[in-house]
Design a protein around this ligand. Structure first.
Ligand code: N01
Length: 548
């Protein structure tokens, strides 16, 4: 243990890991609604979760700002004003800091406190949590509010450490920014992040070379300042906005059409796609009811979007490589952009097709593909995350009988409802694998989970329960339901998708988020409670495990 660190163990009712959207609200609920003694530990130096780390050029949320917010407080909704259609990373941090100040949350948070271990004691029926600095904390309840996209995936390309220039991962962006002026920049990755970064980096770089492995769809975001009229609407109509986001399958502030794409004649369909393209953003996905369930319907959208790329990008070979997309539209998380495809019309931007000429290694000088070496001053890894499970598995977590989480999840994440893991009593995973999480507008999924966990802990305390734990059988059933829901869509058809863990070599291939819709999921969770926490075992204080 480093010098100066106390060896005593601080005792709390609950420990929360993570100061993003979910951790903040969970702290507010447990402390201010239930009166618990709570400590929040955060690896970063401040508030924000994913937004603390993702400060790359162009980083902006893809959810519209009037829906990317907490809905639990009327006063908060009335006093906060977003400035643009989609909130940028700095504005989201300002918002979250405002929330923390407003509810006086910071006094129970500890920053620069990376949790490295969490061990459950069968005898004491509590958790001991340890930080990188060696501090230890004990608590009855452990809440992992670690986010779905927080463990950066930097691919282990041979020679990576030989590179003589600077390299950065978008999810660990330096707070002081990066000066690209006149530099030869190489960017690997064309997911949502890469697509946001390209046009902004291109504005100042000497030359930007984009290394694309899988071509991707993207829809213009049509971002811009919010009008006074819209701001008034946001403030006065938040009840109606809340009603929509909490009853749609994806938590966004618009409803999905109930018209199948093929029920509409081709000319009308094309006009609707044109209108949605001009409107911009994720609303495109909602124009027809069956775009993510029916391949033939999806083809109509995919073809439209591929044609748009060919219209926008002037160089025919670049347009061909960008539009040579191998998966159905929205089978991977669909990016939205600000002048992404237009950036390829600049003289200082070029594209390398890694399908034709794969990266062989990184050299001191740049990136070597099977075709040639690209000399570079800076490499940007926009290569995504070890999503949904990576952060949890980096922590040495042991549950009942010393069983490790690594062992419990060796074949992929096992949870019931993405809320609990069998063998890990009193550990709650906010927006964990098996919940809608990333398939939903995140704050909406987060509020539902936090409310459920808060009600559950209130129930436990009112009924003198010491522990709650789900069962292996229930996790098996839920995994089957998660697979069934995914298989009813086109989502598993994207080969390299992080939804499947397929972007990280060696990671088990299992569809992780619940694709059955946030509305349906909310009902399932409510029914579990109505049926006496069906699927969970609750034990009385001091008693052996027994169903209540
Ligand atoms: O990551 P990704 P992301 N060699 O995994 C490529 C959320 N998000 O950070 O597809 C070469 O989607 C990889 O290629 P391929 C959102 O949910 C939200 O962009 O595997 N290339 C792909 O092109 C999103 O989905 C927002 O063939 C390699 C890219 O890197 C999620 O975060 C903004 C490679 C990774 O794409 C993740 O998006 C941004 C290799 N070895 C992100 N390894 C907002 O709402 C990977 N790639 C604001």
């Amino acid at each position: 243990m480093p010098e100066g660190i106390q060896s005593t163990v601080a005792r709390y009712d609950a420990i929360i890991i993570g100061a993003g959207f979910s951790g903040l609200y969970q702290l507010h609920c447990l402390r201010d609604k239930l009166g618990l003694n709570v400590k929040l530990l955060e690896a970063g130096g401040g508030i924000g979760g994913t937004w603390y780390w993702n400060r790359y050029p162009g980083a902006r949320c893809d959810s519209e700002s009037h829906s990317y917010a907490y809905f639990f407080s009327k006063e908060l909704l009335e006093e906060w004003e977003w400035s643009e259609r989609y909130p940028g990373h700095a504005e989201i941090r300002r918002y979250l800091n405002h929330v923390a100040d407003r509810f006086d949350l910071k006094r129970d948070m500890q920053f620069d406190a990376r949790v490295t271990a969490a061990h459950y004691s069968d005898t004491k029926q509590d958790w001991t949590v340890e930080t990188e600095a060696g501090e230890r904390f004990q608590a009855t309840y452990l809440i992992a509010a670690v986010g779905c996209l927080s463990s950066a995936n930097v691919p282990n390309i041979p020679g990576r450490d030989d590179f003589a220039g600077d390299w950065y991962h978008t999810g660990r962006w330096p707070h002081e920014g990066v000066d690209f002026s006149g530099k030869r920049v190489g960017q690997i990755g064309t997911g949502s992040t890469g697509i946001q970064a390209v046009p902004v980096i291109a504005e100042t770089a000497g030359h930007l070379t984009v290394f694309q492995r899988t071509a991707n769809y993207s829809i213009p975001a049509r971002n811009g300042p919010l009008s006074g009229e819209f701001k008034k609407y946001m403030r006065s109509e938040h009840d109606q906005i809340r009603e929509v986001v909490q009853t749609t399958p994806n938590g966004h502030p618009f409803r999905i059409s109930d018209t199948p794409a093929l029920d509409v004649d081709p000319a009308r369909r094309h006009a609707l796609y044109e209108h949605a393209w001009e409107t911009g953003g994720l609303r495109f996905r909602a124009i027809f009811q069956d775009l993510i369930t029916n391949k033939e319907a999806n083809d109509t959208a995919s073809d439209f979007l591929k044609n748009k790329i060919r219209e926008v990008v002037k160089d025919p070979e670049t347009a061909r490589v960008l539009s040579d997309i191998d998966h159905p539209f929205a089978a991977k998380r669909p990016p939205i952009d600000t002048h992404y495809f237009e950036a390829y019309n600049r003289d200082n931007v070029s594209l390398v097709d890694l399908r034709a000429t794969p990266i062989e290694r990184i050299t001191a000088n740049g990136i070597q593909t099977s075709d040639r070496e690209y000399p570079l001053d800076i490499i940007v890894f926009a290569t995504g995350f070890d999503a949904m499970t990576g952060t949890m598995l980096k922590i040495d977590i042991t549950g009942r009988d010393g069983r490790t989480l690594k062992d419990a999840w060796h074949a992929g994440p096992r949870t019931y409802l993405g809320l609990q893991i069998p063998g890990f009593p009193n550990l709650f995973t906010l927006t964990g694998p098996g919940s809608p999480s990333v398939l939903c507008n995140m704050p909406v999924a987060i509020e539902q989970h936090v409310n459920w966990v808060t009600d559950c802990i209130r129930h436990m305390r009112e009924h003198d329960h010491a522990t709650i734990e789900t069962t292996e059988d229930r996790a098996d059933d839920w995994i089957a339901e998660v697979n069934r829901a995914a298989d009813a869509t086109l989502l598993p058809q994207a080969n390299h998708s992080w939804y499947l863990g397929a972007n990280v070599p060696g990671k088990p291939r299992i569809f992780m988020p619940y694709a059955g819709g946030m509305d349906r999921y909310r009902t399932i969770c409510d029914e579990v409670v109505e049926n006496g926490y069906d699927g969970f075992v609750l034990t009385k204080t001091g008693a052996e495990a027994a169903a209540d």
